[in-house]
Design a protein around this ligand. Structure first.
Ligand code: SAH
Ligand code: SF4
Ligand code: F3S
Length: 474
């Protein structure tokens, strides 16, 4: 069975790009984003950086002069996707060259960081390889690529944070906008590439975050999702010293016009008392938390270097639920980590039964070159990994179904963020991150409305606007 994601799709569309400034040529930019929300945020910033050069986003690679593949290295399959995509782009590039033009292909993101040299060797069609910390240098790299015949590589970790060099975006924001507040990771879980691809943990200063949040709200954002690989380890410089994530959330919650706040992804070890209290005290902080657990076995957790035991996780969840009884929890799980026995796996199932999760992610362990996990003895055979994943997913699916069904008959505040696929359909989210489809006017987009939930599907809900359509509190 393929590894599967059992989670609502929370990536909003890339923000529209403003029109290029006067006198600059009009060029097509196609960005394909893989991986986590941080990559979605980064893709938006890359579009912002390229806008002053006349690049505007197109949705068909055939109309592009520059194609950026923003890649993910987290599992082998994710990393391999980039090479097949480059293969698909080859004829396009050849056709353009034949017509006397030039299509520039850039590989960005975590595969670029991890396999920079290898990409240039395996895929000579690639003109630019740039790591996640080099986006602000894109205009320079594009200019270099136009002059060069070979490929241009920048996978350095500049000491100056890239955020200081990114221009302010001017285009309308998505209703639900991502805002990266923390990047990188010092936790070194033995299965994970992130500390190597994203570098050391870094928190953006409070003032920069508040400015960007105010600007997003000014451009139409009504929900902000704070992003970081370890977002709850946030400790950005602010008035009086380093601020915790809870303190940052408190300040953000006072921005007029901002209706909802979320943050992701959190590490259980960093789930401290003030952040838990924020879930009780701050109305606009939504009652949904993504808190990856990975395994329910202490032996496996120790081998993964997660630095908590299954009981610690249970205790954190109990404290969270005491503070905010309706909080929905989603998890990440890895099955088949080296040395995982049937009894270990059973402990994961026991934990799932004890917690009861909202829609979650689950994966087969994928050994990543350069991580300590890849060198561990007693690998679990692929077939057994697949079997365990199927069992775990059946259990998680049943919990997700129950979670959605429990909403039927309830009235929930829904923040509408986009039009649906069918005529007259609008789509929004409940506080618990469930997608809801409702028949409604366009004017509901960007507002929170009360919705009566009438039906539950596998990955979404269906509801009816409660009339009169007065705006309700988030
Ligand atoms: N920072 C987050 C997770 C980031 S990666 C945290 O600490 O929880 C997202 C998820 O991908 C992880 O939670 C994990 O479940 C999964 N993952 C990471 N590396 C993996 C690997 N080598 N094989 C399988 N799944 C992996
Ligand atoms: Fe990876 Fe662990 Fe860091 Fe999460 S905490 S990004 S899983 S090393
Ligand atoms: Fe993938 Fe890099 Fe995100 S490896 S999950 S894109 S941090």
């Amino acid at each position: 069975m393929a590894e599967a994601m059992r989670h609502p799709d929370i990536a909003p569309a890339l923000p529209d790009q403003g029109s290029p400034s006067r006198g600059t040529p009009d060029r097509g930019l196609f960005i394909k984003t893989y991986g986590c929300q941080m990559n979605v945020y980064d893709s938006g910033r890359m579009a912002d950086v390229l806008a002053p050069l006349g690049y505007r986003l197109v949705d068909d690679p055939a109309g592009a002069d520059l194609i950026v593949l923003n890649t993910c290295h987290i599992r082998e399959k994710a990393a391999e996707k980039v090479y097949s995509e480059i293969g698909r782009l080859r004829p396009l590039k050849a056709r353009r060259a034949k017509a006397g033009g030039r299509l520039v292909i850039a590989v960005a993101g975590c595969v670029a960081q991890a396999e920079g040299e290898e990409i240039t060797r395996r895929a000579p069609d690639v003109d630019i390889v740039l790591g996640p910390q080099a986006y602000h240098r894109l205009p320079e790299l594009v200019a270099l690529a136009h002059r060069a015949t070979g490929s241009v590589l920048d996978t350095t970790f500049p000491t100056e944070p890239k955020f200081d060099h990114l221009p302010a975006a001017l285009s309308p924001s998505a209703v639900s906008a991502f805002l990266t507040v923390q990047e990188g990771c010092d936790k070194f879980c033995t299965f994970c590439v992130v500390p190597y691809t994203r570098g050391a943990e870094y928190s953006r200063p409070v003032a920069a975050v508040l400015d960007e949040a105010r600007a997003l709200v000014g451009r139409g954002a009504r929900e902000i999702v704070l992003l970081g690989q370890n977002v709850n380890a946030y400790h950005g410089d602010g008035a009086g010293g380093a601020w915790s994530l809870a303190r940052l959330i408190g300040a953000l919650a006072r921005i007029p016009g901002l209706l909802r706040l979320r943050y992701t992804t959190s590490h259980p070890l960093e789930m401290n008392v003030d952040l838990i209290a924020a879930h009780r005290d701050i109305d606009i902080l939504m009652p949904h938390l993504h808190l990856p657990v990975q395994s329910g076995s202490d032996a496996v957790l120790a081998a993964m270097n997660r630095r908590y035991r299954a009981d610690d996780y249970r205790r954190i969840v109990a404290t969270l639920r005491a503070a905010r009884p309706d909080i929905a929890l989603s998890g990440d799980f890895i099955v088949g980590f080296p040395g995982e026995t049937d009894a270990d796996f059973q402990r994961t199932l026991d934990l799932v039964d004890a917690i009861s999760f909202a829609p979650s992610f689950s994966f087969k362990y994928s050994p990543r070159p350069g991580t300590p996990g890849a060198l561990l003895p007693r690998p679990v055979p692929e077939a057994l990994k697949a079997e365990r994943l199927a069992v775990l997913q059946a259990r998680l699916d049943a919990q997700a179904d129950a979670f959605h069904r429990a909403a039927i008959g309830r009235r929930l505040p829904v923040l509408f963020d986009r039009a649906g696929r069918h005529p007259g359909q609008r789509v929004g989210r409940t506080p618990y991150l469930q997608t809801v489809h409702v028949a409604a006017e366009d004017s509901v987009i960007g507002t929170v409305r009360e919705v009566a939930i009438v039906r539950a599907h596998a990955n979404s809900l269906e509801g009816r606007l409660v009339l009169p359509p007065a705006e309700v509190a988030a």
